[in-house]
Ligand binder design. Structure first.
Ligand code: PLP
Length: 424
């Protein structure tokens, strides 16, 4: 199937007389005839649902849809993008381990890694995504378990050189994990460039309507855990909590990573999406190609307009020919550079805030990447926990305005921007 067809049909094909939409299975539990059968489910000896904290048919159908769109071997949904980022790393790294991550990542992910997971004993080294191959190689240690980056970084809008990162990860025997939230698989499929695991905040374009918070992890099934068995004992040696199952042996290269994340981490942390949210996510995905095309064309028109505006000091949008990341965008994002544009207003921080206050269509919101245009000043919101040095490393200048271009008629959005800039 082609991409657009998969958006509508992957993960759920109703049988004769069954509902055409993915059914919402709003049930905590599932009934069985015998307790022996239930025991087999608990031991992962039999496939089936027993408790929605672990798995639910609605969520699984939507996970299978996202899996098909990314071209993966297995996938899971989670209650948020934060949970997806956490699980993706914690599934293969424990206290005493080390992870290398791009410094240009979402502020919440940075906080999760640099503060919370550090408290759990996992050390992170942050590298400039534009660093040389030698600088990237120098960040690895013998106990490094993963490399992490973001396809289009929020809000710096840097474009990750996925091939460069994959090469470095594989040279050091670790998987590359890519947060593909801003690109979505419509604009970029990181597995095709060597990434091993993809994460999403489905809250953004995948849902697309700002209706549900959610996350997803997709495994490519390409990383050979057995080859580095000493490094990944959680996947390659018996799990006592499942009667000695070895995930790589029982579920193969394509299923081991996600099965472990569901069986252990979902069981223990319970970051489960509600079936209703999974349903809404599946519904949103149905129109993903149409929406992404409009987000991209609207954003490009706005970026071009801002570039010429006398009250705008700089514009960052990889779709612009003059942008620092244009060449990478042409390679990795040939269909468009997403709907998010960053720019600076003449007059710095206070001018940026004045501009935002004057907008009539675009709302000031801690959100991005949905159908209605919204705007945020990251230095005083999502990234306010960072000091100036950390802000600079994340590519967030104090005057940066993050403009998330929605699906409105672009003439209305440009008129709104112009009248708000007029007041500055
Ligand atoms: N990754 C990226 C790129 C994001 O933009 C966000 C949220 O803004 C997250 C992860 C975290 O996702 P959530 O808010 O769904 O927990």
């Amino acid at each position: 199937m082609k991409f657009g067809t998969d958006c509508l049909h992957a993960g759920y094909r109703p049988a004769n007389g069954e509902p055409r939409n993915i059914p919402i299975i709003q049930s905590t539990t599932f009934r069985y005839e015998t307790s022996a059968e239930m025991g087999m489910l608990f031991d992962l000896e039999k496939e089936g649902y027993f408790y929605t904290r672990l798995q639910n048919p609605t969520s699984d159908a939507v996970a299978a849809r996202i899996c098909a769109l990314e071209g993966g071997s297995a996938a899971m949904l989670l209650s948020s993008g934060q949970a997806a980022s956490f699980f993706s790393v914690f599934n293969i790294a424990s206290a005493g381990d080390h992870v290398v991550a791009s410094s240009a990542i979402y502020g919440g992910t940075y906080n999760l890694f640099a503060v919370t997971m550090k408290r759990m004993g996992i050390d992170f080294t942050f590298v400039d995504p534009d660093c040389s191959e030698e600088e990237l190689a120098a960040a690895f240690r013998p106990n490094t378990k993963a490399l992490f980056g973001e396809t289009i970084a929020n809000p710096a809008l840097t474009v990750l050189d996925i091939e460069k990162f994959a090469k470095a990860a594989h040279a050091h025997g670790v998987p590359l994990i890519v947060d593909n939230t801003f690109a979505t698989p419509y604009l970029c499929r990181p597995f095709e460039w060597g990434a091993d695991i993809v994460t999403h905040s489905t809250t953004k374009y995948l849902d697309g309507h700002a209706a549900t918070v959610g996350g997803a992890i997709v495994d490519s099934g390409n990383f050979d855990w057995e080859k580095y068995a000493d490094k990944y004992p959680g996947l390659t040696t018996p799990d006592d909590s499942y009667h000695g199952i070895t995930y790589t042996k029982k579920f193969g290269r394509g299923g081991a990573y996600i099965t472990k994340a569901v069986a252990q981490l979902m069981r223990d942390f319970g970051s489960t999406p509600a079936p209703m949210n999974a349903f809404l996510l599946g519904l949103g995905i149905e129109t993903l190609p149409l929406r992404m095309e409009k987000h991209c064309s609207n954003a490009l028109a706005i970026a071009e307009h801002l570039e010429k505006h006398p009250k705008v000091t700089w514009v960052r949008y990889a779709g612009l020919p003059g942008d620092k990341y244009h060449a990478l965008a042409e390679k990795y994002l040939p269909k468009g550079a997403c709907g998010v544009v960053s720019f600076g207003v003449k007059g710095g921080r206070s001018a940026a805030e004045q501009f935002m206050n004057g907008l009539k269509i675009a709302s000031v919101a801690t959100h991005v990447a949905d159908a209605k245009t919204c705007v945020l000043h990251p230095a005083s919101a999502t990234h306010r926990q960072m000091n100036d040095e950390e802000l600079a490393a994340a590519g967030v200048s104090p005057d940066l305005v993050r403009f998330s271009v929605g699906l409105e008629d672009v003439e209305d959005l440009i008129a709104d921007i112009d009248q708000a800039l007029e007041r500055v």
